[in-house]
Design a protein around this ligand. Structure first.
Ligand SMILES: [Zn+2]
Length: 363
């Protein structure tokens, strides 16, 4: 995966495009032999909407954040519930330094792909952090094109006084196809694991005035070969089906997916597969904290752990910081390392979603 000359780079680009890069790469419509993301250079200048080749048929376009946010929700059906006005209280604060240290510790395990020893070590690390909390596991065996793997979603439940649940998901596995490249997924897998650990610290030891919050460290989010409906999000596909059967889905007021949130120059994509009113609520929370320039510079259809829940009508927001580095150069490469990340980004995204949770409580 390390390139030393141009031909190596072309090889890498071709490989990357063939990889289960997230679906948003596919929607750009670039042939696999082309560099993955020249679109970033093109789009803002020419305001071009790229042809789509995804099943969802959605396009990635520059977004004028707030204006786009409002337009989007007005165009959406069913009608958006009223967004409560931003209040003057300061945003809740996570301990961003601690969250960054968690990211470092998680990344230090090395590659954490499904079926690996490091993956098991990380499960124990997460469970150790949740001692004394109400923890459940959703464990099963995934039958994949690369064989059978044990998969385990870890769920920590923090009770609230209101009847209903807010769910926050974040995957802890790292990319399987890159298992022999030294890939450690500091941002992609590391940051999502860490922010949930920090959220557990925030919710622990008190009954919330609002809804119950369930944190879910999801497993096998990554494809084992190439991203498709059947080779991706194994953990959440299982969990959504289970929660549909046992009636949990009906109680979910909002579901957030935290993914790749710690890049130094983080900007959260306005994901058109997510629920518009929830995206707007996030933007309002971001404005309240003065963080809005880190949200919605681009919009496009993203496939992630939220999709099994989107398909079942749950209000969802995929909170994902893509592109990761200029032209997305660090995404699904061995360059996804701690030096690309910043505690400030964890603070920006972490505080914003914590405030959004509080706003959902008030609805
Ligand atoms: Zn990934």
């Amino acid at each position: 995966m390390q390139e030393s000359d141009n031909s190596g780079k072309n090889e890498r680009n071709a490989f990357l495009c063939a990889l289960p890069c997230r679906q948003w790469l596919k929607v750009l419509g670039f042939p696999r032999v082309a560099p993955c993301l020249p679109w970033l250079m093109v789009l803002p200048v020419l305001s071009v909407t790229m042809a789509s080749c995804s099943k969802s048929g959605q396009d990635i376009t520059p977004s004028t954040a707030a204006a786009a946010a409002v337009e989007k929700s007005e165009a959406a059906a069913p009608p958006a519930p009223q967004i409560p006005p931003a209040d003057s209280r300061p945003l809740p604060q996570i301990d961003a330094k601690r969250a960054f240290e968690y990211t470092r510790e998680v990344t230090a395990f090395g590659p954490r792909y499904i079926g690996s020893e490091n993956h098991k070590k990380l499960e124990n690390y997460i469970l150790n952090h949740l001692k004394g909390d109400q923890v459940e596991e959703d464990a099963f065996t995934a039958d994949t094109v690369e064989g059978k793997f044990p998969v385990r979603n870890i769920i920590a439940k923090f009770p609230g006084k209101k009847d209903g649940i807010i769910v926050v998901l974040g995957h802890y596995d790292t990319n399987y196809p890159l298992r022999n490249t030294g890939y450690v997924g500091a941002n992609d897998g590391g940051s999502s694991t860490a922010i949930l650990l920090e959220y557990a610290n925030q919710f622990r030891g008190k009954t919330r005035d609002g809804y119950s919050v369930w944190l879910v460290w999801t497993d096998a989010e990554e494809a084992v070969r190439q991203w498709s409906d059947t080779d991706s999000v194994y953990g959440t596909r299982h969990l959504a089906e289970k929660w549909e059967k046992d009636g949990t889905l009906k109680k979910i007021k909002a579901l957030f997916v935290m993914d790749m949130i710690a890049a130094t120059d983080v900007n959260i994509l306005r994901d058109t597969n997510s629920t518009p009113w929830l995206l707007d609520l996030i933007y309002t929370a971001a404005e309240q904290g003065g963080y809005q320039s880190h949200f919605y510079a681009l919009q496009g259809g993203e496939e992630d752990d939220h999709m099994p829940f989107v398909k079942r009508g749950v209000p969802c927001a995929d909170v994902i910081g893509v592109p990761y580095g200029y032209n997305d150069v660090f995404h699904h490469t061995p360059q996804d390392t701690m030096d690309k990340l910043s505690p400030k980004s964890l603070e920006i995204v972490g505080n914003t979603i914590l405030e959004t949770i509080r706003m959902v409580d008030q609805r």
